[in-house]
Design a protein around this ligand. Structure first.
Ligand code: ZN
Length: 296
């Protein structure tokens, strides 16, 4: 059920507590109707579609934010310029997610397609850029480009209502997720810093309970701290030279939830890879043959 959070602005909680394969949605009930991230609750989204939705805004290309997009066949799709190619084309999406590991991912392509009901390839009508203002009747919002999770991930700032839609900068205890080839640890940290410029009355996150009231700074601190703690654990392991694969099996990201036999293996694999790239770039680690070792 939708919940009013400001004038003409509604929060739609995602099923399964807003967890994958769902997310929380926002509905702007003005200017022809706009839905942000249509993957919360198909029944409620269907009701909205019947009432009229002219625009669908996608915060990024992940299936758990796109899942029920097909309920809005007549709506114009808005997405950030950097994620639009992955939304338009399945092969491009797979390149962004898996890069050169696509062959090792088993039937991942089929699984991703099933998550969105067998369809992919969305005609993005408008490519958004950082700072752009969108207006739907009396509701204004600003695009805040926050790359790192995906290259084109963005949040929305509603200045009149003082509401931030933070999408997958979800401020969860798990911490930021950067498990795609096209993700980036460094951009993730920069995006967390960028969000500090806002003083929201209320923040809507893409996952979990979805509503955070008041000051965000402590939550942003904690979210960034997780990244630094992951890096510290990786550096601790690299007191002895290790290959990427050996490091993955230490489970520095997923901890007790890591297993070489489930999908967390591949997310652990890619997130560790992102940390190794970041550490190499900063000259903290080096590589000899296939082993990584500390330089400082
Ligand atoms: Zn995501």
């Amino acid at each position: 059920m939708r919940e009013a959070i400001a004038d003409k602005l509604y929060f739609i909680p995602g099923r399964r507590g807003g967890r994958f394969p769902h997310c929380n949605s926002l509905f702007i009930a003005d200017g022809g109707g706009a839905i942000v991230d249509p993957a919360s609750d198909a029944k409620e989204l269907q009701t909205l579609a019947a009432e009229g939705v002219g625009v669908v805004i996608l915060s990024h290309y992940h299936t758990d934010h796109v899942r029920d997009l097909k309920l809005f066949p007549g709506a114009a799709i808005y997405a950030h310029r950097a994620d639009a190619p992955a939304l338009r084309d399945l092969d491009e999406m797979i390149r962004c997610v898996w890069g050169d590991q696509a062959e090792n991912s088993g039937n991942w392509r089929g699984r991703k397609l099933r998550e969105v009901g067998g369809e992919w390839g969305w005609p993005v009508a408008r490519e958004l850029t950082d700072g752009e203002e969108l207006t739907f009747g009396s509701v204004r919002c600003q695009v805040v480009h926050t790359p790192g999770h995906t290259p084109g991930h963005f949040c929305l700032w509603f200045p009149d209502a003082q509401i931030l839609f933070a999408a997958d900068f979800d401020l969860s205890e798990f911490g930021p997720w950067y498990g795609n080839t096209a993700s980036s640890v460094d951009e993730t940290l920069a995006s967390i810093e960028k969000l500090r410029r806002f003083q929201p009355r209320l923040t809507v996150t893409g996952h979990e309970s979805g509503i955070i009231r008041g000051d965000l700074s402590a939550r942003l601190d904690a979210f960034a701290r997780v990244v630094h703690e992951r890096e510290a654990r990786i550096l601790e392991c690299l007191k002895e030279p290790l290959t990427h694969e050996e490091l993955v099996r230490k489970g520095t990201i997923y901890g007790p939830y890591y297993s070489p036999d489930n999908t967390n293996h591949w997310m652990e694999w890619r997130m560790v890879w992102q940390h190794l790239r970041s550490l190499e770039k900063r000259g903290v680690i080096g590589q000899e043959a296939d082993k990584y070792h500390r330089l400082i």
